[in-house]
Design a protein around this ligand. Structure first.
Ligand code: ADP
Length: 335
């Protein structure tokens, strides 16, 4: 079972998000906070494609979970005035699944494939001619008598989202016209997102409390929104206003410390320091010793620990930094 702190910081969407997501998702590029360069470039591509009456080139968004890849895709569809169909790598098992989706797309529509690095080989290969010539090849029959039937599709834009661009094969990667990397947000941007969400959800919150949520939100909009909702519940039950102290209490209850570290983050660092003498240690080795799933380590914990400079990636594995030692109170005798 996942720990409570893991559930609250996990970047991926969970059931309860869906209820508020549609309210909080930015609807236009203007409402989408941060990622300035990416937005400027997207705006030009959208405008140019619109003027030509053509779909935008296929594009690939990469970045940690919860940074806004899905939101941006919806925004593009809206700005272009086209439909968007959403699916994911693991959901597409057979070419027939793909055919069913593709034949329902209208001219210039968008197909969003989340976790595109998890497509199986058959689907991936079927996508090559789709992306290049908007033609889907169906193989009819088996063996030497098999025939290829080509389905001609409407031209559309494929948007792929991935947390692991390195797992994409180069033939697939090369077929995208644009590659956009979403970065972690800075504190001011996360604060702005918390303020905006509080406004939309009709939550009264003091400025200091907004700041406190932002500090702990791991530079990730989805985590910030989730914290805000947990804090609201806490305030409602305790019949208190949302100030800095309340945020502190509420998030401590979920074992989130004032740097946004969870119990698992601290365990990862302590293990590297105590058991592996500070590292380097390979991720696999670490995952076995900690009894933690390697994907969570890679997707949730490691990126944030690298971002705040507590972990360092070396060719021989991960190392805990001086800052990590200091933060966890190990400084004596180690340096
Ligand atoms: P991803 O697809 O990268 O996992 P999402 O697009 O689903 O992330 O974003 C998660 C939630 O975070 C959205 O529902 C939205 O409320 C919020 N969000 C993400 N990026 C932004 C942003 N730049 N500005 C405002 N809210 C954002």
């Amino acid at each position: 079972m996942k720990q409570k702190s893991q559930l609250i910081i996990a970047g991926e969407e969970v059931e309860e998000d869906r209820l508020t997501d549609s309210m909080l998702r930015p609807k236009t590029l203007n409402e989408f906070v941060g990622q300035k360069k990416l937005k400027e470039s997207l705006l030009i591509s959208i405008k140019a494609a619109k003027e030509r009456g053509e779909p935008i080139d296929h594009l690939l968004f990469s970045g940690a979970p919860g940074l806004g890849k899905t939101s941006l895709s919806y925004i593009i569809a809206r700005e272009e005035g086209v439909n968007i169909k959403v699916t994911s790598g693991p959901a597409l098992q057979r070419v027939a699944d793909l055919a069913a989706i593709l034949t329902n797309l209208e001219k210039n529509d968008i197909l969003f494939i989340d976790e595109i690095h998890r497509l199986n080989r058959i689907i991936e290969e079927a996508l090559y001619p789709v992306m290049e010539e908007f033609g889907l090849d169906l193989i009819l029959g088996k063996g030497p008598g098999a025939k290829i039937l080509r389905l001609n599709l409407s031209s559309f834009t494929l948007i792929g989202a991935t947390t692991r661009p390195s797992l994409l094969s180069s033939p697939l990667r090369d077929r995208f016209g644009f590659f956009y990397q979403l970065n972690y947000y800075n504190l001011q941007e996360i604060e702005e997102i918390v303020k905006r969400s509080a406004y939309l959800l009709n939550i009264e919150i003091e400025n200091e409390a907004t700041k406190e949520i932002a500090i702990r939100a791991r530079f990730t909009p989805r985590v910030a929104n989730r914290f805000l909702k947990r804090v609201r519940d806490f305030a409602q039950v305790k019949k208190r206003k949302i100030d800095k102290d309340l945020v502190d209490e509420a998030l401590s209850m979920f074992e989130i410390d004032n740097k946004g570290l969870t119990e698992t983050d601290r365990r990862v660092l302590k293990m590297i320091i105590e058991k592996f003498n500070g590292g380097p240690v390979g991720l696999k080795n670490l995952s076995v010793t900690l009894n933690e799933d390697i994907f969570s380590l890679e997707d949730i914990y490691e990126p944030y620990l690298l971002q705040i400079g507590f972990l360092e990636r070396t060719p021989r594995g991960r190392k805990a930094t001086k800052e990590a030692y200091k933060y966890l109170g190990y400084e004596k005798g180690l340096f």
